[in-house]
Design a protein around this ligand. Structure first.
Ligand SMILES: [Cu+2]
Length: 231
C-alpha cells in the first residue's frame, strides 16, 4: 500500500514536470514566430538600396607602362551599411594601389582630370594637379575606411596581371561620423565624389612629379579615375 502511494507520487511529479517542459517549448515556439516576423519587417525596410557607380578610365598611361586602367566602382547603401566593390585592371602588377574617394567640401563641379590639368607641362597629371580638378583625398578604400587613414599598407595589391578585386562592407554611421569630424562636411552624398586609384613603378616618374602627405610620388600618381553618379 505504501509502495503504491509512493509510486503514484513519483508518477504525478514526472507528469507535472513533463507538462511544464511541453509548455516551455510552446512558449519558445511562440517567441520564434515573433522574432521571425520582425526579421521579415527589417528585410522589408532594407529593399531601398541606393546605388552609385563610376566607370574607371585611364590617366597617365605613359607612366604606367602604356597600360590603360579600366574598371568599375559600385557603392551600395543598404540600411546602415555601405557595400563597396572595385574591379579594376591595367594596374602595375604585384603592387599595392592607393585608392580613395576624392571631393571638395563645396561639392559640385569636380570631375576626372584630363591632360589639361598638367599645370607644369611635364606630361603627367600628378596628385597635386589632380586635386584642383578631382578634389582632395577623402575616403580611403582599404581594410577599414572609417579610420580615414591615408598612409597605410592595407590597400589592395594588384595580382600578377595587374587586376584588383576589392570588396568591403562599412558601417555607414561610423563612416559618416568620422567623415564629418575630419572634413566638417555634414552631408555624405556619394554622388559628389570622384574615385581615384594611384601608383606606378618606382622609376616611372620624373622629378617634376609632386606628391602629398609625405608619400613617394610614384605611389600617389593617379592612374585611373571615375566620377560617381547615382543610378
Ligand atoms: Cu586618391
Amino acid at each position: 500500500m505504501k509502495n503504491l502511494k509512493t509510486n503514484t507520487t513519483i508518477f504525478t511529479i514526472i507528469l507535472v514536470f513533463g507538462l511544464s517542459l511541453i509548455s516551455c517549448k510552446e512558449n519558445n515556439r511562440e517567441q520564434d514566430t515573433i522574432s521571425g516576423n520582425q526579421e521579415i519587417l527589417t528585410q522589408g525596410e532594407d529593399t531601398s538600396t541606393r546605388t552609385y557607380r563610376a566607370q574607371i578610365s585611364s590617366i597617365n598611361a605613359g607612366a604606367n607602362g602604356n597600360r590603360n586602367v579600366t574598371g568599375n566602382v559600385t557603392l551600395e547603401v543598404q540600411g546602415d551599411q555601405l557595400h563597396i566593390t572595385v574591379e579594376a585592371s591595367g594596374l602595375e602588377p604585384d603592387m599595392m594601389h592607393l585608392q580613395h574617394l576624392h571631393g571638395l567640401k563645396e561639392g559640385n563641379g569636380i570631375s576626372c582630370p584630363d591632360p589639361s590639368a598638367d599645370n607644369n607641362n611635364d606630361g603627367l597629371v600628378d596628385i597635386t594637379e589632380a586635386y584642383d580638378v578631382a578634389g582632395v583625398t577623402m575616403i580611403p578604400f582599404h581594410n577599414n575606411p572609417p579610420n580615414m587613414e591615408v598612409d597605410t599598407q592595407t590597400y589592395p595589391t594588384a595580382d600578377e596581371n595587374g587586376n584588383i578585386s576589392y570588396k568591403q562592407t562599412v558601417d555607414l554611421n561610423e563612416l559618416r561620423n568620422s567623415f564629418n569630424e575630419r572634413f566638417d562636411w555634414e552631408e555624405l552624398d556619394f554622388s559628389k565624389f570622384t574615385y581615384l586609384i594611384h601608383g606606378v613603378e618606382e622609376n616611372a616618374v620624373p622629378e617634376t612629379v609632386n606628391s602629398v602627405k609625405g608619400l613617394p610620388p610614384h605611389v600617389t600618381l593617379p592612374v585611373g579615375c571615375g566620377q560617381l553618379s547615382e543610378d
